[in-house]
Design a protein around this ligand. Structure first.
Ligand code: CO
Ligand code: CO
Length: 327
C-alpha cells in the first residue's frame, strides 16, 4: 500500500497509549518496542507479500529476510518468528513447503527460530513473518534522532523493484536478477551488529517506499532536512538500464508523488529522470539507512570495509524541512 493512503488510514485510528509501549503506533517506526524491564524490551514487526521471484524457496527466504529487517533497523536481535501465509488451494504442496522452508532457514541464519504460524486460503500466494526480537530499551535506534551535520550511510545498493519488474515482464538479464536476489537474501544482521559499535542517531530500513520515501520518514520524524547525492547512491547491476527503459514497478509513481507533494522533495536539474525513478524504486529487503555524526560515520565505514559489508555515504542532514536531491 502506498505511503499516502497508509498515513490517511492510520491517522483515523484511535489507538490507546500504554506505558510499556516505548515505540508504538504514534511513533510510526519500523517496529514496535515494548518494555519488559529496565534492561529488556521486545521489538516486534510483521511483513508479508506476494511472490517476487519464481523459485518458491528463494521467495520464502527473501520474504523472511525482509521481515527480519525491521528488527535490525531498530537495533534489535530477532529471537522468534511466526509464519503468516495465504496459499491458493491449487498450489502444489511441495511449493508451499519450499516457501515455508526458505523462510525457516533464513530465520535460522538470523539466529532465531520459527515457532509456528498461520495460513489461510488466498487466490494469490502471500508469505511473511511476524518477528519478535530483544533490545536494550536504552539503545533503540528510531527514525527520530537525526541531527544537522549527520552523515547518511546506506548498506545495500538499490534497484530490486526495477530488476524484479523486468523479471515479471520477461525482460531481465539473468546476471542482473542473480545480483538482485543475492542482495535481497542478505540479512541486515551484520550491518546492524557493526552499527552497535558506533553512535547512531537514527536508522531505518529501505523497503516499499523507496530510498527517498524512507529517508523522508527520518527527515520528518527527526524534524530535519536531508541532502541526497544521487550519483553516490549504489545501484544494483542493470537497475539504471531498466529505469532508462521505464520498466518501473506499480508502486514507484505513487512513491514519487508522495515525496514530491507540496515541493517537499526538490531535484536539481542534473538529476536524470532515470535516477528519479531509481531513488523512488520500491525495495524488497533493502539495506539500512543510518544518520550518524561524521566521526561515527567514518568509524562505521571502516568497520564495514574490514568486514566486507557494503556501506556507502549517500548524503547529509541539514537544518530544514525538505529533501534536496543533487547530482
Ligand atoms: Co522498515
Ligand atoms: Co516493514
Amino acid at each position: 500500500m502506498g505511503p499516502g493512503a497508509l498515513t490517511q488510514i492510520l491517522s483515523a485510528l484511535r489507538l490507546p497509549a500504554h506505558p510499556a509501549l516505548l515505540v508504538g503506533p504514534a511513533a510510526s517506526d519500523d517496529a514496535v518496542v515494548y518494555r519488559l524491564d529496565e534492561h529488556t524490551a521486545l521489538v516486534q514487526t510483521v511483513d508479508f507479500f506476494p511472490p517476487i521471484v519464481d523459485d518458491p524457496y528463494t521467495y520464502g527466504a527473501i520474504a523472511a529476510a525482509n521481515a527480519l529487517s525491521d528488527v535490525y533497523a531498530m537495533g534489535g536481535r530477532p529471537i522468534l518468528a511466526l509464519a503468516i501465509a495465504g496459499f491458493p488451494e491449487t498450489l502444489e504442496p511441495e511449493v508451499m513447503s519450499a516457501i515455508l522452508q526458505g523462510g525457516a532457514d533464513k530465520v535460522a541464519e538470523a539466529g532465531a527460530v520459527v515457532g509456528g504460524g498461520h495460513t489461510v486460503v488466498d487466490q494469490e500466494p502471500k508469505y511473511g513473518l511476524c518477528v519478535t526480537g530483544l533490545i536494550d530499551p536504552a539503545r533503540v535506534t528510531t527514525r527520530s534522532g537525526a541531527q544537522p551535520g549527520d552523515i547518511l550511510l546506506l548498506t545495500k545498493p538499490i534497484g530490486t523493484g526495477l530488476v524484479t519488474t523486468a523479471l515479471k515482464r520477461r525482460a531481465v538479464d539473468p546476471a542482473h536478477l542473480e545480483a538482485a536476489v543475492t542482495s535481497m537474501l542478505r540479512l541486515n544482521r551484520h550491518a546492524a551488529e557493526l552499527a552497535r559499535h558506533v553512535e547512531v542517531h537514527a536508522a531505518t530500513d529501505i523497503t516499499g517506499f523507496g530510498l527517498l520515501g524512507h529517508a523522508a520518514e527520518i527527515a520528518r520524524q527527526s524534524g530535519v532536512g536531508l541532502r541526497i547525492a544521487a550519483g553516490r547512491v549504489p545501484l544494483l547491476p542493470g537497475a539504471l538500464t531498466y529505469a532508462e527503459a521505464r520498466i518501473a514497478p506499480g508502486g514507484l509513481t505513487r512513491n514519487m508523488e508522495f515525496v514530491a507533494r507540496d515541493g517537499y522533495t526538490q531535484y536539481t536539474a542534473g538529476v536524470s529522470e532515470a535516477y528519479r525513478l531509481l531513488l523512488n524504486d520500491p525495495q524488497t529487503s533493502g539495506g539500512l539507512l543510518f544518520a550518524l555524526p561524521p566521526s561515527a560515520a567514518a568509524d562505521l565505514q571502516r568497520l564495514c570495509a574490514d568486514a566486507g559489508q557494503g556501506c556507502w555515504p549517500v548524503g547529509e542532514v541539514f537544518a530544514g524541512n525538505r529533501i534536496e536531491v543533487q547530482e
